[in-house]
Design a protein around this ligand. Sequence first.
Ligand SMILES: [Zn+2]
Length: 257
Amino acid sequence: MELLALNAFSDNYIWLMHNGQDALVVDPGQAQPVQTALQTLGLALRAIVVTHHHADHTGGVPTLQQATGASVYCPHFTTPLDCPYQSVADGMVLELLGYQWQVLGVPGHTASHVAYYSTQALPEGVLFCGDALFSAGCGRVFDGTIAQLQQSLERLAALPAATRVYPAHEYTLSNLRFAQAVEPGNPDIMAHQQDCQTLRALEKPTLPTSIAQEKRINPFLRWQQPHIVQALRQYDADYVTQHGAFATLRHWKNQFQ
Ligand SMILES: [Zn+2]
């Protein structure tokens, strides 16, 4: 299987997976980048999978569905998509491009966010996680809760270390600046920052990442470490006492410039 990052808006990626004939896309906020890629590569779009309801992940879905007849899968939305679709939820198994995909409920960023995980489509395992997990960060809480976000990230962290992780945004460098503020002495963060600066200078994605990599650099998967809890107390001891360490980390990131 081939995987391509299609640029959308200023910092979204629409992931396109294909076998040379059939394709699936993840979170097409815009139709045009997908239509161009399908045409250039001579691919038939079979499936559109959506992780959550935000417009920068769904805006292109009706146009693509109508143009290609692709099956659309998405979690429960308060405002339904303007095209035929199948609702998915945690625990469901889908067959896409001939491989099995598990639907993982990962709420927090939004109340009904899902991720799509397959151990068949790539030998290492592949995870499309939308805005639940970013490289070196995670999505902020909109209509989910901080407790849901904490639990969802714990769930993703428990996937096999080699799993290839495909988030929906190029936020890595700004996330790494925050990670460095939280953990100034972490050599993996510094090394990764240099690698990512090189990639971005060449206009290449810093993604995919892996679960193993995120466990080395992502404060949202590392916050239980004593030196990070210490840094969180230094940032705002009262907030830690009232809301806990994880919520303090998210609060700090929201304020971070
Ligand atoms: Zn979002």
